[in-house]
Structures are given as structure tokens and as C-alpha cells.
Design a protein around this ligand. Structure first.
Ligand SMILES: Nc1ncnc2c1ncn2[C@@H]1O[C@H](COP(=O)(O)OP(=O)(O)OP(=O)(O)O)[C@@H](O)[C@H]1O
Ligand SMILES: [Mg+2]
Length: 402
């Protein structure tokens, strides 16, 4: 089994990842694990420094391995660190935690957080070796599904031009580039979608193909079919010929998304309104649905109609209303809109001339509209539990990895 990527560049570009990465605080545990990994064919695991804290630092820059072993000895808030680590890793990574205490409460909490196994020191070679083998080769059934599955975020406009693509691209770019979360953006508008255009790349055939032939979806397809926008942001977008009306079954979409949430931390779907009507099961999938409208009387009416169509919120699926373009020339006064819509929007974004101007040049220019990003903060908070981070030197420069 190949233990590491061919070159450092590969790693930085996100084209290859280590099979296993180890962050142990003592040489005994490190030797035991290295020996056991060698036995199961992992010749060159990545040996990191600094236990779980070092792993968090590295995984903000590096691709997730398939197996991650971290030491929590001496860490005050191990559970919090595990959650931090989980947010940075791909969902399917197997995580083994090593520590010094034989504590059943800690053990249960770690398992609940998605950790595959916890071992206290001194670790026993046979036992950890067996778990490593199970996680890497599926030798025995995993007792834990990995550190969770990714989050599905559907974005739907009450009608064309509400701002779905602008908001979807900005949220994805921020989470991928600034927060280092592995993210994919899927443009389900195969006839007129412009997500690829906004991100400055050509649409590929893969999405159209896989929706027509869902049986072809596998890891290889996902690896080859996506367009890499940045180290942590991938795109799935196709533009089908207009004379060959793009039609796909809901099962194909669900099958694709089921695969994507296993691989990505966030799966954003830019959903054309005419398709959403025909995808009722998709609209009820666990995750977050953003209903995006502008500030007109028609929009107020359509928000209420869509809320009814989408049904009540449940424990694992919530609809939020983003009111975009507040204060535009064509917009109703806000109070009148509120009166008409009945329920206050969850996120309000005002109309900004610079967004319209910047979007002509693409999503990477919109990123620079600072106040737009700040008003998107509540939407980020809803998705990730964290809003837009306080500006550092050169505001938002990091968003595009620059
Ligand atoms: N808050 C805003 N202020 C000013 N302009 C905005 C704002 N949000 C979006 N826009 C502009 O509105 C136009 C439509 O936005 P966008 O393409 O994101 O909408 P959409 O809902 O995806 O449209 P479509 O239905 O055509 O896919 C774009 O020119 C975009 O720059
Ligand atoms: Mg759009």
C-alpha cells in the first residue's frame, strides 16, 4: 500500500493524501503503531508532531488520510479538540485516539463524536493493529461510521435572479478557503447554470453523465469528475446542449448526494426553481435548505407558498429564508415586505451595487465585497456554527487562498 504522496506538491494541490498519519506524543506508542501499520502494508505513514494539536494544524493545510491516529495526552479539552479536528477532516476518515486515562465517560464521548476507537497507554500492538486493519481494509465491521457525514445545504430561489448562485458560491468559497472545510458545489441547472462561469472554469460532462447513469457513481468518478476550484473546493457542473433537454431522475440526484456527503464536509446544491418542484424527496433530505428571495410582493407570496411546499422543519432538516437585495430600487419597503411575508427572514442581505458590478468579473471579485460577506455571516453561522471571522491583515485575502 502506498504510504505517501509522490511529491510535496501533490499534497499541497490536494491530489494525493497519506494513507495514515500518526501524531503520538511518545516513541513507544509511535514504534508500536508503525510496526503494526507496516504489517498491514502501510510502509510510510506520515509522522506528525504535537499530538492532536499538531494534527489540527497540519490538517488545515493537508489532505485527510484514510486513517488518523492522534494523541490527547496532556490536552485539557480533548473533546473540543476532537470536534475541531473532525471539522477539518473528510467525513470518512477513520480516527483512533490514544490517551493516558482509562475513563469510560471520555470513551463514550469520543465514540459519540465519531472517533472509531480510543486506546489508553500502554497500547497493545495486536489490538491497535487489528483496529487499524479494520479501518483501512474493512477487515471487520467498523463500530463507528467515521467522523460523521457531511452537511447538505440546498439553495433555492423563489424565482430567477434572486441571488442563489452568488450566495452559494460565496458560502462555498468561504468555508473551503477560509475555514479549510472540504466542500463541493453542485449546479443542478444543467441547461442554464452559471456556477462554473462564476468560478471561472468550464463545465464538464461528468455531472450530466452521472445523473443519466447513476450506476456509474463511485469514488473514481467523484475523483475524476469534479473540477478542482481550490485546494478544498470542488465543483460539479455540466452544461447540456439546449436541443437535448437535460432530464434526470430524483433517485440519481439522491444517489449522487449520498456519495458526496460521505466525502465532503459540506455539499452545496444550487437548485433551479423549476427542478425543485420535481424533487420532493431531495427537498426533505436531512440538512439545511435556504430559500432565497428578493424583496418584492411576489417574493413575499412565493416564500409563503414554498414554505408550505417544503413542509414543517424536523429535527434534522430546517428551512431558512434569506432575504436578498433589501433596499433595491425595485424592492418593497422592508416593513411592508415583513407584513406581507408574515414571518421575518432568518438572514437579510442588502442590495449592493458593487456586488452586481463585481459579479460581472466572477465570484472571486464578489469575495472582495466586504459588507456582503459580513451580511452572509448569519447564514454561515446556521451552516457551520461560526460566522465570518474577524478580518485579519488584508481583509478576506485568505478566502481565495491568495
Ligand atoms: N445583494 C446583492 N446586491 C446586488 N446585486 C446582487 C445581490 N445579490 C445578487 N446580485 C446580483 O443579482 C444577479 C443575479 O444573481 P444570481 O445569478 O446569483 O441569481 P440566481 O438566483 O442564481 O439567478 P438564476 O435564477 O438566473 O440562476 C447577479 O448579477 C448578481 O450579481
Ligand atoms: Mg443561478
Amino acid at each position: 500500500m502506498q504510504g505517501r504522496p509522490n511529491t510535496t506538491d501533490d499534497m499541497v494541490q490536494g491530489q494525493a493524501a497519506y494513507v495514515a498519519m500518526l501524531y503520538l506524543n511518545d516513541s513507544y506508542s509511535e514504534n508500536v503503531l508503525q510496526t503494526r501499520l507496516n504489517v498491514i502494508g502501510v510502509q510510510n505513514p506520515y509522522i506528525g508532531k504535537g499530538g492532536i494539536v499538531g494534527a489540527i494544524k497540519d490538517l488545515a493545510k493537508m489532505r485527510s488520510p484514510r486513517l488518523l491516529i492522534v494523541d490527547i495526552s496532556g490536552v485539557d479539552d480533548p473533546l473540543e479538540r476532537v470536534h475541531e479536528l473532525a471539522a477539518l477532516c473528510d467525513p470518512q476518515v477513520g480516527v483512533i485516539v490514544v490517551g493516558e486515562t482509562n475513563d469510560v465517560v471520555l470513551y463514550r464521548s469520543l465514540k459519540n463524536a465519531g472517533v472509531s476507537e480510543y486506546f489508553f497507554k500502554p497500547i497493545v500492538g495486536d489490538v491497535v493493529g487489528h483496529t487499524c486493519n479494520a479501518l483501512l481494509n474493512g477487515a471487520v465491521e467498523q463500530t463507528s461510521p467515521g467522523i460523521g457525514i457531511g452537511k447538505l445545504v440546498l439553495l433555492l430561489g423563489t424565482r430567477g435572479g434572486a441571488g442563489v448562485t452568488t450566495i452559494a458560491t460565496q458560502l462555498s468559497l468561504y468555508l473551503a478557503n477560509e475555514r479549510k472545510r472540504r466542500t463541493v458545489l453542485v449546479d443542478l441547472d444543467l441547461e442554464a447554470g452559471d456556477v462554473a462561469l462564476q468560478l471561472g472554469v468550464e463545465p464538464q460532462r461528468a455531472l450530466g453523465e452521472v445523473l443519466a447513469h447513476p450506476e456509474r457513481i463511485d469514488d473514481l468518478f467523484l475523483e475524476r469528475g469534479v473540477t478542482h476550484i481550490s485546494d478544498r473546493l470542488d465543483l460539479l457542473a455540466s452544461l447540456e446542449p439546449l436541443d437535448d433537454a437535460a432530464h434526470y431522475e430524483e433517485d440519481a440526484v439522491l444517489s449522487l448526494l449520498t456519495n458526496l456527503v460521505r466525502t465532503y464536509r459540506y455539499v452545496f446544491v444550487d437548485l433551479p426553481v423549476h427542478s425543485a418542484i420535481h424533487l420532493p424527496r431531495l427537498m426533505r433530505q436531512p440538512g439545511t435548505c435556504f430559500l432565497i428571495s428578493d424583496c418584492t410582493l411576489t417574493a413575499a407570496r412565493d416564500v409563503a407558498r414554498w414554505r408550505t411546499a417544503l413542509g414543517a422543519n424536523s429535527v434534522n432538516r430546517t428551512t431558512f429564508h434569506i432575504l436578498n437585495k433589501k433596499g433595491a430600487d425595485f424592492a418593497l419597503p422592508f416593513d411592508e415586505f415583513l407584513h406581507a411575508v408574515g414571518t421575518p427572514p432568518d438572514v437579510v442581505i442588502s442590495y449592493k451595487h458593487e456586488v452586481g458590478r463585481a459579479s460581472v468579473l466572477g465570484a472571486t471579485e464578489v469575495v472582495k465585497c466586504r459588507s456582503f460577506m459580513q451580511e452572509l455571516g448569519p447564514a454561515l453561522q446556521i451552516i457551520s456554527g461560526e460566522g465570518v471571522h474577524a478580518p485579519k491583515r488584508g481583509f478576506l485575502r485568505g478566502i481565495l487562498g491568495g
